[in-house]
Structure formats: structure tokens, C-alpha cells
Design a protein around this ligand. Sequence first.
Ligand code: OSB
Ligand code: MG
Length: 369
Amino acid sequence: MIKISTVELYVIQMPLKSPFLTHLGAVKDREGIIVKVTNTDGLTGFGEGVAFSTPWYTEETVETCLHMLKNFLIPLLQKHPIEHPGELSVLFKSIKRNNMAKAAIETALWDLFAKSHLEPLSKIIGGTRAVIASGVVVATDSTAKALQQIENYLVDGYQRIKVKINPKQDYSFLSEIRKIYPDLPIMADANSAYSLKDIDRLKALDELNLLMIEQPLAHDDIIEHAVLQKEIRTPICLDESIVSFDDARKAIEIGSCQVINIKMGRVGGLHEAIKIHDYCFERGIPVWCGGMIEFGISRAHNIALASLPGFSIPGDISASSRFWDEDIISPEVTVENGVITVPKYPGIGFEINEKRLQETLLSKKSFFF
Ligand code: OSB
Ligand code: MG
């Protein structure tokens, strides 16, 4: 039995070093939720709610997550003690969607579970990698800025560059980059900026030798992506469209994508993320770990997830310093020679930076068990 004594929700806010721009808007300040679960032995586990302040990426927000956690998810957990974090996927089935709210508490319980077994989270879930390959995202609105950022990130050692694209910034933008870096692993993320009417624009990208194109069509589509994938050579990777294991299974069955970006928050937790990984691994479908402009707690969970054998492509797991002047974990996540070392300490393997947590704190709420 996991004997919980308290769950604490910290809402924090931090400015990004520089704005993160997509065709859907700019992220300049990151608000997020840190979940701290304490057991009756005083051991703690941390999770992070990765929804944004506004529903631009998915329908959830910081406020909706707080609402779901406070009024539904935490009360369910108070009524139904669990033995293992994997049981939450069953317990939370009575609550539709709200995946980021679910993942926030589920991941905290995974950290606590691993700590109580004195094992690294990566080991608990069957991770096989000692280091994970690190990629980074360039999200800006000019070719000059993108080229400058890419140059700097390559000096930092990142192994793969992802750029945000949309119909106003695609072919010529990407070909400028490709001209300078003929062999660089480059991928493009459209965050649903296109429709099937743009099929010729998307076909034109085939010659640029991109690793993949991420989520070109609607955020909730798998049907038209299957149509598009038959017309283009570049592999399609789905992000927004995959919010559950069943979505992943169906998308693969109908040929909507050749690659999946797995984000624990988007799919409702680590358990569901592992299920998607296992399904793809058995079928030889590559997966990689997506990013949410997250703080260090979620970054640490991502490192554990990406240590699984099917994560064969560098993900959007960058250093803490990619976004933050000072992260909320200690030590911070660093990238050396293009890789991040998977920690060997129990749980997520990073401590909370209490000073930074206090500096960035907007509100705190405690729940007693
Ligand atoms: O579409 O992958 C995305 C960030 C926020 C929301 C959605 C996405 C992203 C990124 C990853 O592109 C950024 C990162 O954390 O490195
Ligand atoms: Mg994406």
C-alpha cells in the first residue's frame, strides 16, 4: 500500500529566457503546477502539471488542472488507496480526459514509488539506457534568428534540431537551414498549421530530407493524416492527435504516422506512455519523448521515460538552461556531448530546489489523507 499523508500543489511561474513562438502564439512566461506527495514515512515524490495558462496546445489549462486535481482526482485517491502507480489508470477511468491533471499526480506517485523501492525511476520502468540523446527546438519567426540559434545549439552539442513551421515559414525557411547544414538531423513541427488543401506545399518538403514532419494536420485528426502520409515521403510523426494508447494503436493501424512523439502529460501519465512505447517497440515504430517547455521535475520524468529501449530518436529533452535562468531542481539537467546522463539515484534522481520553488511560487494548497 502507498500510504500517502499529504498531497501539496504548488503553482509556480517563471519567465522564459526568450519567447517560444509558434503560429498559435507566443509563450513568454511559464506557469505550471508542481505536485508533491509525501508518504507516512516522510518520503516525497514529485510530479509536474504541464498544461499552459491558456488552452492553445490542448484543451487543458493550469486552472482546469487545479480544478480536476482538487475536486476529483485527489478525492478519488483519498477514498481508494493504491499499491502501485499503474493502478491509477483504472481508478481515473471514471474521469474523462483531463490527461495533464491526471499525469501530474500519477508521475508524483511514480517518483515516490521508485524512492520507496530505493531504485531509480528509469530502472523501475525497465529503462535500458545510461544516457539519452538530446534534441532541441527552435521556435522563432525569422530565418536569421533560427540560424543563429541553431549555430549556438550545435555548439552546445544537441544532436537533432526541430524547427516550428507554418505556411508562412516553411519551404524557403527550411531550405536555407538545409543549405548550411546538409547532413544535420532536422525535423519540422507544424502544430496543425496545415490542411489537406496544402498537400502540394507539404509534398514540396519531401526534397529537404527531413527526419519527419510533426503534426501537420488537425490536432484531433488521424484520418486525414493517413491520406497525407500516402502522398508524402517524409515520415509523419503525431503529437497532439495521440492522447491515449488506443489513439496510438489506431493511428498506426490506419497508417496515419510512422513515428510517435510521446508526452506523459498529453496521454495521462507514465503508465499510458509506457504502454504506447511497448506497442510501438514491438512493431518497430520509433518513438521519441516530446517536450512541454517544462520545469525540471517533468524534465526528470522525461529522462526516465526516454531511457526505455524504443526511444531511438533524440527527443525534445534539452538542458534546464534552454529555457530557464535557474530551474527548480538540483542539480539542473545538463547536456554534455549531446547526451543527458540518466541519474542513478532513487526516484527521478533530482532534488527540488526549495529556494527557487519559493521564489517562483504563486500559490500553494495542501490535502491531507
Ligand atoms: O508541439 O511539441 C510541441 C512545446 C510546447 C507545446 C507543444 C510543443 C512544444 C515543443 C517542445 O515543441 C518544446 C520543448 O519543451 O523543448
Ligand atoms: Mg509538437
